[in-house]
Structure formats: C-alpha cells, structure tokens
Write a protein that binds this ligand. Sequence first.
Ligand code: TYM
Length: 331
Amino acid sequence: MKKETVLSGIRPTGYLHLGNYFGAMRNYVKMQNAFNCYFFVANWHSLTTHPDTKALQESVFRVIAENVACGLDPNKVALYVQSDVPEIAELYLYLNMLAYKGELEKTTTFKDKVRQQPDNVNAGLLTYPVLMAADILIHRAVKVPVGKDQEQHLEMARNFAERFNFRYGPIFPEPQAFNFGDNLIKIMSLDGNGKMSKSENQMATLYLADDDDAIRKKIMKAKTDSGPTVPNSLKPDYIENLFTLMRIVSKKEVYDAFQENYNNCTIRYGDFKKQLAEDMVAFIQPIREKAAAIQNDKVLLHQIMKQGAEKARESAHATLQEVRKAIRMIY
Ligand code: TYM
C-alpha cells in the first residue's frame, strides 16, 4: 500500500524548545517509518521578521542538527532547507493569485505580528500562510504534524487547495493538522503566560540546548501556587502544563504518584518540580550533546541537506508539472 505523505516545517528563528519538540518533532520521529515524510527548515518564512542573516544561517544548521539528534533519520525522511527547493516559490506565486487580502489580514499570526513589529508590516508577512500552503501542497501532503498554534494556517491551506482544485482541476488533497489520536498540543510558557516560544521570556522556555543548571533553575522557578485544597479539583493551566511535561519525560509510576498527591491535596510543588527537573535534565542532556556534535560536523550537515533537497525537489518537480499542466502554463 502506498504510504501517506506527511510534511512539516520549523522556522529557524532561534533555539528549539520543548513546545517545538512536543508539538511537532516528537511526532516527526514517530511518523518516519509508516509515512512518506518531508520535514524542512522554513528559512524563507524567517525573513519576514528581518533577522540577522548570519545568525539565521547558523540557526538553519542547528535546526537540522536538533532534528537528527531528536531521532529523525535523514535516510528515511527528506530533511531539507526550504530555500533549496525553488519549486516551492513558483507554487507560492500561483497560490497568491487565489488568496485574498481580507482573509490574510484576518489571520491571527498576522495580527500578532502587526502589533509586534508595526514598522515592518511587509507583504511576506501578509502572505505567510500562502507560502506555508505552498510548502505543504508542493508534496501533496495529507498529514501535517504541528502544534495548536498552526491550526488556522492549516485551515487556510485547505481553502487554497480547494480553490485551486475548483478553478484548475483536482490536483491537491486537503491537508489536515495531525497529532497521534489527540488534540493538537500547546505547551505553555513556564511562567504561565501564553505559549512557550522561541523569542519570548527565555527564563520560562526550556530549550533543547539548555545546560543542566539552566534546566533546573527554570523548572524550579516555574509558576505554581499554594496547592489544591479540595480533592480531585481541576488543575490551573500552568500546573496542568507541568504535569504534561512530567507525563512525557518521567516514568509512569512517578507521574501517577504525583497525580495522586495532587488529587488528595498532599502534593508539595517543591518536590514535584525537583523530580521534574531531574527527569528533564536526563531527557534533554543526550539531545543537547548529540545536536552539538552534529552541528560541529559541517560535512555531515551538508550531506544531509543535499540528500534531503534532492528527495524534496523530485517530489516538488512532479507536483509542479501537474500544476503547470492544469493552469496551461506549458507551451
Ligand atoms: P514554528 O517554527 O513556530 O514551530 C515549529 C513547530 O513547533 C510547534 N510549536 C508548539 N507546539 C506546542 N506548544 C508550543 N508552545 C509550540 N511552539 C511551537 C508549532 O506548532 C510547529 O509545529 N509556520 C510554522 C513553520 C512552517 C510550517 C510550514 C509548518 C512553515 N511552513 C508547513 C507546517 C507546514 C512555524 O512558524 O512553526
């Protein structure tokens, strides 16, 4: 049976964190055997915020290294850099003709960026969801493992695909956001303010590159409260977030024990955080060390990127041929 096609991407705008890992990369690794996978570094998307491009370049290497360190096998998946696949830019152009200013202006991420960078509201920012749709549709992917924050972009990608199909013929399947059986994930910041993110409050964000002491310090500072007073009460979201992290990095018995302590109101958050910190150190340490070693091996990195780009371009070229045929852009 033909494997379903999967695609996802990460912007190289900073150090990867646990939100990226649990919202996205963990699923990439789980999907790599059973699906036909394309994973990439979205360096074109990063240009919308005018980063220092020297730092961006190093960040691209780091994201590739971190993906491999987390368990992605470049021989099983196509792991590539967006700008190495120019076919995406051509599809972006066609899709731009089907995307409307009104809907783009209403996108939540666009509105956030207008607030954050009022002096740089460029057209690339406005059409960010169109480029993202091109990333997905260029491989005719059907499953897109992402965190909750990307849900609206996926909905827009489906709209663009549908509009294209309606106007030019049935070329694209409709891609769906994916997370194994569960709802999409949102890892909150450790201070309880919004989602964990690459650029906001660094003390409340656990990076895959953090050293052991930083991990301990950040977790011990995570927001808690005086604890539950009524048995089996609902957890506030910042406590739920710490339990989510514990469920992922700690042994089941450990998680269950703290869960029980919470339910019978005997939990001591100091002990809880100490345990979480140690389990988190044990989880992040091997990833950090492996990623650093790969990042220093530029020969290996270039080889991975080249191999990934070749696989991605083959698939992208095939789609683009169909697209051109459908639009009658062949003479
Ligand atoms: P980016 O780089 O912001 O994030 C990469 C992935 O990590 C997920 N994520 C989170 N998940 C849970 N909790 C969090 N706190 C958290 N923070 C980030 C994101 O949902 C994402 O899956 N626009 C995309 C990159 C992109 C893309 C694509 C993704 C470009 N083209 C095509 C999928 C398909 C972005 O900025 O992700």
